[in-house]
Design a protein around this ligand. Structure first.
Ligand SMILES: Cc1cc2nc3c(=O)[nH]c(=O)nc-3n(C[C@H](O)[C@H](O)[C@H](O)COP(=O)(O)OP(=O)(O)OC[C@H]3O[C@@H](n4cnc5c(N)ncnc54)[C@H](O)[C@@H]3O)c2cc1C
Length: 229
C-alpha cells in the first residue's frame, strides 16, 4: 500500500505503527514481512538476545529475467533445473505450460545475495547470459527474443545454516509471547513453505486473532518440521 513502517510502539489499546508518512493505530498486528525486519521495528519491546538471534537469520535473493518470445517453444515442463556450471541461472520456468493464456515466454531465475555481482547485473548482461544458455538447451534462438523484463526479490528463500532452528525458535517464541501480534507466512516464520501452507497460515493467523487457535500450535517450530514446509 506504499507507506513504509519505520517503528512499532505499544499503546493503551494495542499498537501504533510509525510510517514514513504518518502513523497507524491498531488493536492487532498480523506480520508477513521478514521476521528479522519485524523484530527491528519492534525495537526495545523485545530483549537484546532476541535481536541477536534475529540478526543471524539470512535470506537468499533471486533475480528473475522474463524473456518474451516470438513463436512457441517445445518443452511441456513447468520448471527446468539447470545446476550445471555453464549456466548462470539455476532454474527456468515456462508460464504458458501452467497458464494457457500466458504469452510465450521463459523466466530465468538467478540465485544470489542482495548487492552481489548477479544482483547488480543489467538486463542486457542477464540477456547475454540467458540466451546462449537457452540456445544450448534447445529452448529458443536469439532471433525469437521480442523483449525482456527484470525483477529482483530480496527475501526469496530462508537460509538454513547450522543452528538456525534454535535461533529461529528464540525469535519466534519471543514474538509468540507478545499479545496482539501474530507473525506468519514464509518470511514471517522463516519457513520454507509453499502457497498451500501460506494460505493455511493466513487462516490460523485469523483464528489466533479471534482467540480460537494458535499459529504456534499448528505450525510447530521446535524441530523436525522446518524443511518440509
Ligand atoms: C521462485 C519461487 C518459486 C515458488 N514456486 C512455488 C510453487 O511452484 N508452488 C508453491 O506452492 N509455492 C511456490 N513458492 C512459494 C510461495 O511463493 C510462497 O510460499 C508464498 O508466496 C509465500 O506467501 P506469504 O504470504 O507467506 O509471503 P509473500 O507472498 O511473500 O507475502 C509477504 C508480504 O509481506 C510484504 N512485506 C514484506 N516486507 C514488508 C515491509 N517491510 N513492509 C510492508 N510489507 C512488507 C510483501 O510485500 C508481501 O506482500 C515459490 C517461491 C519462490 C520464491
Amino acid at each position: 500500500m506504499s507507506p513504509e513502517p519505520t517503528g512499532i510502539q505499544r499503546t493503551d489499546n494495542g499498537w501504533r505503527i510509525d510510517l514514513n508518512n504518518g502513523n497507524l493505530e491498531c488493536e492487532k498486528i498480523v506480520n508477513t514481512m521478514p521476521v528479522n525486519d519485524y523484530t527491528t521495528l519492534l525495537g526495545s519491546i523485545l530483549p537484546r538476545e532476541v535481536h541477536k538471534a534475529a540478526s543471524t537469520l539470512k535470506f537468499r535473493a533471486l533475480v528473475f529475467l522474463t524473456v518474451l518470445l516470438n513463436g512457441d517453444i517445445e518443452p511441456s515442463d513447468h520448471w527446468i533445473y539447470t545446476s550445471e556450471d555453464r549456466y548462470l541461472f539455476n532454474r527456468l520456468s515456462i508460464p504458458r505450460n501452467f497458464d494457457a493464456d500466458a504469452p510465450s515466454q521463459v523466466v530465468f531465475e538467478y540465485s544470489c545475495q542482495v548487492g552481489d555481482r548477479i544482483w547488480n547485473m543489467s538486463k542486457q548482461k542477464l540477456l547475454e547470459s540467458s540466451v546462449p544458455g537457452a540456445e544450448h538447451l534447445g529452448l529458443f534462438t536469439a532471433d525469437m527474443v521480442k523483449g525482456a523484463d527484470v525483477n529482483r526479490m530480496s527475501h526469496a528463500y530462508p537460509i538454513y545454516d547450522l543452528g538456525y532452528a534454535e535461533k529461529t525458535a528464540v525469535v519466534l517464541d519471543a514474538l509468540e509471547s507478545l499479545s496482539g501480534s501474530v507473525t506468519c507466512g514464509r518470511q514471517g516464520l522463516f519457513r520454507y513453505n509453499n502457497m498451500d501452507h501460506s494460505i493455511e497460515m493466513g487462516k490460523y493467523a485469523a483464528l489466533e486473532i479471534m482467540g480460537k487457535a494458535s499459529v504456534k500450535n499448528h505450525f510447530n517450530w521446535d524441530g523436525s518440521t522446518w524443511a518440509d514446509g
